[in-house]
Each structure stands twice: as C-alpha cells, then as structure tokens.
Ligand binder design. Structure first.
Ligand SMILES: *Cc1c(COP(=O)(O)O)cnc(C)c1O
Length: 404
C-alpha cells in the first residue's frame, strides 16, 4: 500500500514510501541493526555484486532509512533520494559527487554560513574553488562568474537570512548552457512550498533537521536526484557509503513521523511569519524587516512567482536601537527560544552578528543585510497573539546602553 502515483502532496506525505514488512506493521519499524543476515553463500555473493536486491550493512542501506528516502524522492519529484546524518553531510556528498580537483563552483552569496565555510575553507584545500555572486538572478552577473571549469551552480531556495529568493528557472538555463549542474538547498522552503526540480534543478539537498523533521529533535539530511545527470545517484550512494555519514534508523523514523504533517505545518508557519513580519514592520522600534512574503520586500515578486503557497518562516528584523536593543530583546523574550536552529514548531530567536556570523567582516555583514541591531526569527506554529505579545513586552522594556 503506497501512495497512488498521482496522489496530492498531503496524501503522498502520509502514505509515500511505505512498503509492508513481514509482521504487517502499519508504520515502518525502526530497524536498529548494523547488518542483515544472508540466507546462503550465494545470496551474500549476489548482494555484494549488486546482482540481488536487499540490505547487507546499514552504512549502505537500511529499511527504515529507505522508506523515508522513497517518501522524500516522491515529494520532491526526484528519481531517488539519499538520506544522511545532517544537512552538512548532504551538502558535502552532493558537492563531492559533482566535483573533482580543478573544478569550480559558482554560488549565491546569500547562503548558510556552514556551506560557505565548506566552499571557502575546506574544499579549497582539495583544489576546488568558488566564486560568490551577490545577485544570481542577474543573468550578466551569473554569466560573468562562470568559467570553463564551473561544474556546479549553487543556491538556496529562501536564502537564510536575507530572503532574497532567486530566479531558479533562469539560473538553471544559464548553468545548463555552461555545462554546469544546478544544486539547490531547499531547506527553508521544503517541497510543500517549492519543488526546485520542476524549475530545472539537477540535485536538491535539505537539512531535514529543520522543517522536514519539524520538531527540533533529530538531525538529518537528504540528497535528491532529479535523474538529469548520468550516474549521479549511484555515485552519491557509493560515496556516502565510504565517507560514512549514515542516518540512524531512529532519526529516520522521527523524520518520517515529522513529514506526515509537513503541509499542515508549512501553511501555519508561513501564515504566522507573514503576520509577525507585518506586525514588526509597523513598530516604532523597528528599522527594517526582511521577509519575502511582505509586499515591498526585495524578494516579494520572485516569492509570489515561485512560492505561491507560502513564503516560509525565517525573517530578519533590524532594530533602531542597534546592538543594545537587540541584546535586550534576546534577553527578555520568554516564548521565543534563544538558540541556533530554525524550522522548529517552536519560535526561535538569534543575534547573527555575535553568533553565527561573528567571524564575518562588518562590510560583508552589511551586504548580507545583517547589522549590530539585527535579529533572526524562526516563527513557529504557536498562536500569533502570543508571539506578538512576547515581542511587544521585549521591545518596549527599557534598556540601558551601558548594560553589559
Ligand atoms: C541548517 C542548515 C544547513 C545545515 O544543516 P544541519 O542539519 O545542521 O547539518 C544547511 N543549509 C541550510 C539552509 C540550513 O538551514
């Protein structure tokens, strides 16, 4: 009993990927086992050679993990999915499958700091270099960054934290003209809001730790193969088996459970975020809000085109009072959790300039929309009135510019 092939998204998120195992469990069980028994000498030989289907060692495949991989591939419209231990593992496997020494990456500037570090500090040691483009939806700027060594064009679907949604179809066309693959990190949109493969992406990655899992309890990542690059899926699976960032069956189970309510949560997250963003924009303490669902935002037009179902729930708000105002809000919120994470049912708050972006030069920070008074919010699914009440008491409390 799997999802009908033409099933709607919400049906597929509940039923997709399921295959009945021997005891008839309705939910795919947690197969916590390292290895799988072979019935015979011949069966072991054939599984190792690839002549027989079946599992042999959990680093190369596991039934709980395989079920969630089928669900993810179906929701993204890919031919296959490879689940791994974290979003960073998924990005590492995707890049290292597509690249060799001497190759070049063109990336949007507006990306997750961990991914930027991989490109600038780690892959550079293996002869892979990267060029960053501030506006990857500007065809001239994107074309100018491409070289005959460029193999990957990389972008995030709702770039964290600036919300500068890119023009995916345009980027796919320009990347493909140059013989490069388009790799999209779709973590902040999820396949409910955006399916990058429909706009030309060749490979899609997620940190499933965020909205897909949804409850802030388990790390995970996934690489989804659109089927447009010969051998990509098989090579990625072999590389993951050798490098070893295996997703635990336990985390795969939590991910599968979370995904069953993805559409419900994403509708609620997007609805709440738009309300909170609009409320913040009208506040006297607020200098600016970056949220692509807000009319007048730099990302608004592309968000209306690519994200009509909702624009996600991570936003940036900059306070007139600068660092001291930001410090005061962080220390006074009660409902918002102060932590580095996003895509959780709980609302979260962070001060990027002193934490995730602490090593970034001030001029670069400003280019990314982050100043000393900037806060990042990940809006959860609580009641909107409770969220704005919490922000209201935190914003209006007096603060001293001499506090430390
Ligand atoms: C969190 C995040 C990652 C990294 O994922 P982990 O699961 O924490 O390794 C990568 N990309 C984006 C856009 C993220 O938000």
């Amino acid at each position: 009993m799997t999802a009908p092939t033409q099933a709607g998204f919400s049906t597929a998120q509940v039923h997709g990927g399921f295959t009945q195992e021997s005891a008839g469990a309705r939910i795919t069980p947690i197969y916590l086992t390292n290895g799988f028994l072979f019935d015979s000498f011949e069966e072991a030989r054939d599984r190792f050679s690839g002549d027989a289907d079946g599992f042999f060692y959990s680093r190369y495949g596991n039934p709980t993990v395989a079920a969630v991989e089928r669900k993810l591939a179906g929701l993204e419209g890919g031919v296959d999915a490879l689940a791994v231990a974290s979003g960073q593992a998924a990005l590492s496997i995707a890049f290292l499958t597509l690249l060799s020494a001497g190759d070049h990456v063109v990336s949007a500037s507006s990306i997750y700091e961990g991914t930027r570090g991989l490109l600038t500090d780690d892959f550079s040691r293996f002869g892979i270099d990267a060029t960053f483009v501030a506006d990857p939806s500007d065809p001239a700027a994107l074309r100018a960054a491409l070289t005959d060594r460029t193999r990957v064009v990389f972008v995030e679907s709702i770039p964290n934290p600036r919300n500068d949604v890119p023009d995916f179809a345009l980027m796919a066309e320009i990347a493909h003209e140059a013989g490069a693959a388009l790799l999209v990190d779709n973590t902040l949109a999820t396949p409910y809001l955006l399916r990058p493969i429909e706009h030309g992406a060749d490979v899609v990655v997620h940190s499933t730790s965020k909205y897909l899992s949804g409850h802030g309890s388990s790390l995970g990542g996934v690489v989804i193969d659109a089927g447009t690059l010969p051998e990509f899926g098989q090579r990625a699976r072999e590389l993951a088996g050798r490098l070893g960032p295996t997703l635990s069956a336990f985390n795969a189970f939590l991910l599968a459970q979370g995904m069953e309510t993805l559409s419900l949560r994403m509708r609620e997250h997007s609805h709440n975020a738009l309300a909170v963003a609009a409320w913040l924009r009208d506040r006297p303490e607020v200098a600016s809000v970056h949220y692509c669902g807000l009319e007048g935002d730099a990302g608004y037009d592309l968000a209306q085109r690519y994200l009509p179902r909702g624009q996600g729930a991570v936003l940036l708000v900059t306070l007139h009072g600068g660092l001291e105002a930001a410090r005061s809000v962080v220390n006074r919120v009660q409902l918002f959790s102060h932590m580095t994470h996003l895509g959780d049912v709980r609302s979260l708050i962070m001060h990027p300039a002193s934490t995730t972006h602490t090593h970034v030069e001030p001029a670069d920070l400003a280019a990314r929309g982050i100043g000393p008074g900037t806060l990042r919010l990940s809006v959860g699914i609580e009641d909107i009135g409770d969220l704005t009440a919490d922000l209201d008491q935190a914003l209006t409390a007096p603060y001293s510019i001499h506090s430390s």
